[in-house]
Design a binder for this molecule. Structure first.
Ligand SMILES: [Zn+2]
Length: 260
């Protein structure tokens, strides 16, 4: 199993030193650790150094934050170029939707996403996207315009026709543990072909339903796999294998890190 999207930098060193061996013992082979901003990118790179075969690092700027200062953008871009060999992706990037300032920032973030997309196309790194509801389609247009080949729409919520376009473009879509208790995500689990379906936790983001009050960790992947398997009438092992393979393929993770 691989957690296809987690904010690992938001867990303390003490927690990670204790938990990563437990996650590995539970057959979590790797995680895709995304960044929020420059400080988060530096911490994520440190974690990559500390757990090189378990952490696969991505650098970006999350769009649900105040628009970054040009100096921070510049530093993030040069860090991506400089550390390219240590990265598995550019992200998390995208368009704001939840922020109360989403409207005011929309244009600036659209431009910034275009720049990240151009760098993704140039470096051949996959793009990790936060682009939900009515922001999924404009984000799709932006990355297509820049010739992005590899992209992951994480925790996607979007109209069916947009979901289908994303699938036709060969991009990847992930489900969070919300699939265990929310109809919308369960419909998505049935709509996306297994070859393009990833599983993530977005940890430490707290989830509801059966996960209420529990610390979000990659251990939740097992519940998501069981739910997707039940929904699709497949064996647990089949969904574990397909989601692991899809994550390995997109992010270039060696097979030894699969575990299942
Ligand atoms: Zn995230």
């Amino acid at each position: 199993m691989i957690d296809a999207h987690i904010h690992l930098d938001q867990y303390s060193d003490t927690e990670l030193d204790k938990c990563i061996p437990e996650w590995q013992a539970a057959r979590v082979g790797a995680v895709i650790a995304v960044s929020m901003n420059l400080a988060s990118a530096h911490r994520t790179l440190e974690l990559k150094k500390r757990y090189p075969d378990f952490v696969y690092a991505a650098i970006g700027y999350h769009p649900e934050q105040p628009f970054p200062h040009p100096a921070e953008i510049e530093e993030i871009f040069s860090l991506i170029k400089q550390e390219k060999e240590k990265l598995c992706a550019i992200g998390e990037v995208g368009l704001p939707y939840y922020s109360p300032h989403a409207g005011a920032w929309a244009e600036a973030y659209g431009e910034l996403l275009g720049q990240f997309a151009a760098l993704a196309a140039e470096t051949d790194l996959p793009l990790v996207l936060h682009a939900v509801h009515d922001k999924a389609e404009p984000a799709l247009e932006i990355i297509l315009a820049q010739g992005v080949c590899k992209a992951h729409f994480h925790w996607l919520k979007a109209p069916d026709d947009v979901i289908d376009r994303i699938i036709r473009c060969g991009y990847y879509i992930s489900l969070t543990p919300e699939v265990c208790y929310r109809k919308r995500d369960q419909r998505l689990a049935l709509r996306v072909p297994l070859s393009g379906l990833l599983l993530e936790t977005d940890g430490p983001w707290p989830h509801s339903g059966p996960f209420t009050g529990k610390r979000t960790t990659p251990l939740f992947l097992r519940d998501s796999i069981a739910t997707v398997a039940a929904l699709r009438g497949l064996a647990f092992a089949e969904v574990a294998a397909s989601s692991t393979r899809a994550t390995q393929k997109l992010y270039g993770i060696p097979e030894a890190c699969s575990y299942m």
